[in-house]
Design a protein around this ligand. Sequence first.
Ligand SMILES: [Zn+2]
Length: 578
Amino acid sequence: MAQSTETADWVSRFADDVIEESERRAPGKPVVVASGLSPSGPIHLGNLREVMTPHLVADEIRRRGYQVRHLISWDDYDRYRKVPAGIAGIDETWAEHIGKPLTSVPAPKGSTHPNWAEHFKAAMVESLAELGVEFDGISQTAQYTSGVYREQILHAVAHRADIDAILDQYRTKKAPAKQKQQQKPVDEAELEAEEGSGAASEDDGSSGSAGYFPYKPYCGNCEKDLTTVTSYDDETTELTYACTACGFSETVRLNEFNRGKLVWKVDWPMRWAYEGVIFEPSGVDHSSPGSSFQVGGQIVGIFGGKQPIGPMYAFVGISGMAKMSSSRGGVPTPGDALKIMEPQLLRWLYARRRPNQSFKIAFDQEIQRLYDEWDKLDGKVTDSSALPADVAAHSRAVRTAGGELPTTPRPLPYRTLASVADITAGHEDQALRILSELDPADPIGSLDEARPRYNKAEAWINTHVPADQRTIVRDEPDAELLKSLDEASQQSLRLLLDGLADNWSLDGLTHLVYGVPKVQAGFPADATPKELPAEIKTAQRTFFALLYHLLVGRDTGPRLPTLLLAVGQERVRALLGE
Ligand SMILES: [Zn+2]
C-alpha cells in the first residue's frame, strides 16, 4: 500500500529534521536513532515512551526508503542500586549485590535467565516484538567488558581536566545532583538520589587523591563499584584504585583493562559520538540546568561528536492502578498492557500525542471508551472521512515499514467482548453463542475470529475489574419486584418481551430497548431525540434500571442489548416474568 502522504503529524516533522541532520553529519550512512533502558528491575510501562518515540520516527524514515538503525542501549553495566520491592523470587540477601553491575547480580529464583539484567530485559524484548518495534540491542556490559570503548575511555581520561571544567560550570550553579533517571518515575529516582551518598560524584566522576576522574573500576575482588582511583599515570596508563567495600587494591593498565565504566554524564555523550546518534529523546527531567542531556551536549564535543536532536518527552501515566492486582506493587509493564489491549491500540496512544503531551494508559473502565474511539477512527479511515493527522496516527498504529501487525479478523466492540467474557465467566461455548447472535446476518463461526481482541477483553475483566463490579445474572426471577410493579412498568416489560424474537441481534435490541419508552409515551419507536420531549430520557433511565434489577439485581450493568444477548432469550423471558 502507498504510505507516502503522511506529512501531517509530529512523527513526520521529526523524520524530516532527522533525515536532514543525518545527511549533513553522515552522508550516505544509515540514520541512527537511540533509546536507553536500564534493566534494574521490571521495565515500567511509563518507560515505553523512551522506545516508542524514536521507534515511530525511525519507522517513518524507513517508510521513506532510508536505512535506519534504532539502537536500544541496555544499560546493564550500571550498578545495582537497590533491591526493588515486590519482586517474586528474591529475598533480603540480594542486598549483598548492591554496587555490582546489573549483569553480575543473580536473577530471581526460578528464572531461566543467567542474571538480573537479562531476566528483566527478556520481558521487554518480548513486548517490543509484539509491538512491532525493530531495534538493535546493545548490551553495555558486552561493550565495556570486551574493550570496545577502550580508545574513548583513554581519551576521556586524557581530557579529564576539560570534562571537569565543563561539569564545574554546573557545580558552581549548585544544580541539583540528579541521578540518571530518564526512565524512572520521579519519585523513585529521587529516592535513589537520596539514598546513594555521593550521588553527584557517581554521576559526574569522583575526585579522589588522583584528582577528578571520569572512570570507575568495578573491584577485582568484590565486583562492587565502591572504588576510588588513587593514582593514574598518563604516560603508562597505570591506574591504581582502592575498594572501600572490601579493602582490595590493585594497579592495572587502563589501556588493557576492561572492568569499569565511564561515569554516566560522560558515558552518554561518549556513546552519542561513538554511534553517531542523530535522534535520542529523553524524559522531561533532563531539561533542567546541569542535566545529563544538557551537560552531555558540551561533553560530546570532546569525543568529536554532536548532540542528537533530543526532544523532551512528557510523563505517561496509568489510570486504574489502584485496582490492579499486580505482583509488582502495582507497577505495570508493557507486557501487562499488552495482556489487555492489542498492540495497535498501544501504538496509537503514542502516535497520536506529541512527545511533549502527557497522557494516560487506561487499565480501568476508560479502556472501553478508548477502544470505542479507536474503532470509530478505524471506520473513518476505511470510508476515507478521517482527518490527515488521524489517518497518519492510525497508519503508524496498524503497520510498520515491515508490514501490517497481526489483527483480529472480526474486531467486535471491546466493551461487548468484555461484557460477554464477564457474563460467561470462561464458558467459551456460551460466549460463542452470544457473539454469533450479535449480527445474525453474518454470524461469527468460531471464537478465534474474535481473537486476540476477545482474549484481551477477557483478561481485562478477570484482572482489572473489581469483584463488586462483575455481572452476576440472577438465577431466579425477582418475584417480589415483579409483583410490586405498577401498570406502566408491566406494560413496558410486555412491549419488550413482544419484540424480543424479531429483534434478537445487537442492532435490533438496541432499537427495541430505546424504543419501548417512546412507544409507551405515544411516539413512534424510531422517533429521533429532537422529536421527543425531554421526559423520555427519564422514562428510558427508569426502564433500564428496572431491567438491570430484574436481570442482574443491580442499578447498572453492561449495555442492555449486550446483556440481553448474553443472558439468552429464554432466560430473559423467565427473569422478566413471562
Ligand atoms: Zn571490593
